[in-house]
Design a protein around this ligand. Structure first.
Ligand SMILES: Nc1ncnc2c1ncn2[C@@H]1O[C@H](COP(=O)(O)OP(=O)(O)OP(=O)(O)O)[C@@H](O)[C@H]1O
Ligand SMILES: [Mg+2]
Length: 505
């Protein structure tokens, strides 16, 4: 791609960018939220027409009118926002793409069987007859990936595929990506994670403000050099990262909850406490979060907030203004994509208001909030669906975390956020804990959990199988609990300890 340019109204999203992908190589595309990464790749996939610039494949210039053109030329893309149809099963979703699958896969039923086998090889634990809405985010991500790989692409674009993947799943993704490159495909990997770059990138492109801020061979780049290219300065450390004393008072109490995939959940989160939930996706985390948030009805048990029963079986689920909730997949679960940002920011209060507040006040409040959470563009009239993935996440955080809730349920709140924006969200969560909120925080990043949570619980097969002080564990041990393998012996954990020699006979 040469001299690519794309404007949306007043925003110059991509501004004269050169980009290359080579067979057998993985090109990582990095950059802060709203830098233009997704837009650049949507130009390559024919979703948007460039205002200027050239695209050439094997040296031949081409014009892409639609994703269908791109697919025909062997370009496939997995989007940041999922494109599977939730109400259909995995098999039905696959049937929808069989039309576009290459001829050698065969016809009709046989074709579908080949596709299913293929998906099984990538996500063996997923039953092709299960409904997509029942899959975990990580599983959906891998099915999306399988779907695109089916199209016999020569160039695959993955837009933040690792955002929600826990370490074992991320490993699988990396292996898959390296395999693709080894088979001679050109892979483009959009990511915010330095670990992805280390694990599989050959070349790194960094975008900032619509322009190319730098490029280089992955092998020669230090982490700090990458981060500096991304944000234009050395990253700021999160202050207050020392755990605070926690009050004895329980604010959020989950009593014997059964709901969906979550079983037997007993958990108390105290005032000022951040409890991290670790687990490979699909082990009941979504059900647990949704049950507390009031999205999923309880089959058994109770949720008590500040001594008041707020959820129980047969109780009508309702939004509780004292509870801040950041769900998975915010575009689907947390915003009205076609409404302006100003209305999205008051969505939770709309039903409580006797009449629509006057738009002047609404706009002023929204502008202030958008600025405070650094949502770009900070334009209250913009539609939510125009925001970049990371900025959408910031929008939801602005609504859910700005009014000092009694308790917070945050599912992957930094998903898709760049380094600076993630630090900002951690500061907000930390600040809320300091003010006495009880925070239940689901994360795939064990290092972050260990750093910022007071306590970590591990979920496996819907149950909480461990509940530990974050200072008393480490990544290896958490990983073992998450996968249900035996934790390494304590002697192995204490690094550098030399085993004692046996007494000579
Ligand atoms: N359809 C659209 N209409 C209007 N503006 C858009 C549209 N798509 C993207 N933009 C704007 O273009 C800019 C670049 O967005 P893009 O989605 O490419 O960023 P990104 O680098 O992928 O960010 P993120 O890491 O948050 O996903 C942003 O300012 C965004 O608001
Ligand atoms: Mg994006």
């Amino acid at each position: 791609m040469k001299g690519m340019r794309k404007r949306f109204g007043g925003t110059l999203a991509v501004d004269g960018v050169d980009f290359e992908a080579h067979p057998g190589k993985v090109s990582a595309l990095l950059g802060e939220n709203g830098a233009g990464k997704s837009t650049l790749m949507k130009l390559l996939y024919g979703v948007h027409r460039p205002d200027d610039g050239e695209i050439a494949l094997d040296g031949r210039p081409m014009v892409l009118g639609s994703p269908r053109d791109a697919m025909r030329l062997g370009i496939g893309m997995v989007f940041q926002q999922f494109s599977l149809i939730p109400a259909l099963t995995v098999r039905e979703n696959l049937a929808l793409v069989t039309q576009q699958a290459p001829w050698w896969i065969g016809r009709g039923a046989r074709r579908l069987r080949v596709l299913e086998r293929h998906v099984r090889s990538i996500v063996p634990e997923v039953d092709v007859d299960s409904r997509v809405s029942d899959l975990s985010v990580g599983q959906k991500q891998l099915v999306e990936l399988a779907k695109v790989l089916l199209l016999d692409a020569r160039c695959v674009i993955l837009d933040e595929p690792s955002a929600v993947l826990a370490p074992p799943e991320a490993q699988r993704l990396w292996t898959l990506v390296r395999d693709l490159a080894a088979r001679g495909l050109s892979v483009v990997l959009i990511t915010h994670k330095i670990k992805d770059v280390q694990a599989c990138a050959d070349e790194v492109f960094v975008m900032r403000g619509g322009r190319l801020a730098g490029r280089g061979r992955a092998a020669g780049l230090s982490d700090s050099a990458v981060v500096e290219m991304m944000v234009g300065q050395a990253p700021r450390a999160v202050e207050n990262s020392q755990p605070l004393p926690v009050a004895a008072l329980t604010r959020l109490w989950l009593k014997g909850i059964d709901a969906g995939g979550a079983r037997d959940i007993d958990l108390q989160v105290r005032a000022g406490e951040i409890v991290g939930v670790a687990g490979v996706s699909g082990n009941g985390q979504t059900a647990l979060a949704e049950a507390v948030a009031g999205v999923l009805p309880l089959e058994m048990g109770e949720v008590i907030l500040d001594g008041e029963l707020i959820r129980a079986p047969r109780m009508r689920p309702r939004i509780d203004p004292r509870l801040g909730y950041i769900p998975e997949q915010p575009m689907v679960n947390a915003v009205a994509p076609e409404l302006p940002l100003a209305l999205n920011l008051v969505l939770k209060r709309l039903t409580a208001l006797p009449f629509l507040p006057d738009t002047g006040a609404l706009t002023r409040q929204a502008t202030e909030l958008l600025k405070r959470f650094d949502v770009r563009p900070a334009n209250p009239q913009a539609q939510a669906q125009w925001l970049s993935g990371g900025n959408l996440q910031k929008l939801v955080a602005a609504r859910e975390l700005s009014e000092t809730p009694a308790a917070v349920v945050a599912c992957y709140p930094t998903m898709g956020l760049d380094v600076a924006a993630s630090a900002q969200i951690y500061e907000v969560l930390f600040g809320l804990a300091c003010q006495g909120s009880a925070v239940l925080w689901f994360s795939e990043d064990l290092d972050d959990l260990l750093r910022y949570a007071h306590r970590i619980v591990v979920m496996l097969d819907g149950r909480i199988v461990q509940d530990v002080d974050s200072s008393a564990t480490n990544v290896m041990q958490l990983g073992a609990w998450m996968t249900g393998t035996a934790p390494p012996a304590v002697s192995e954990l204490a690094s550098g300890r030399v085993p004692a020699l046996a007494e000579p006979a």
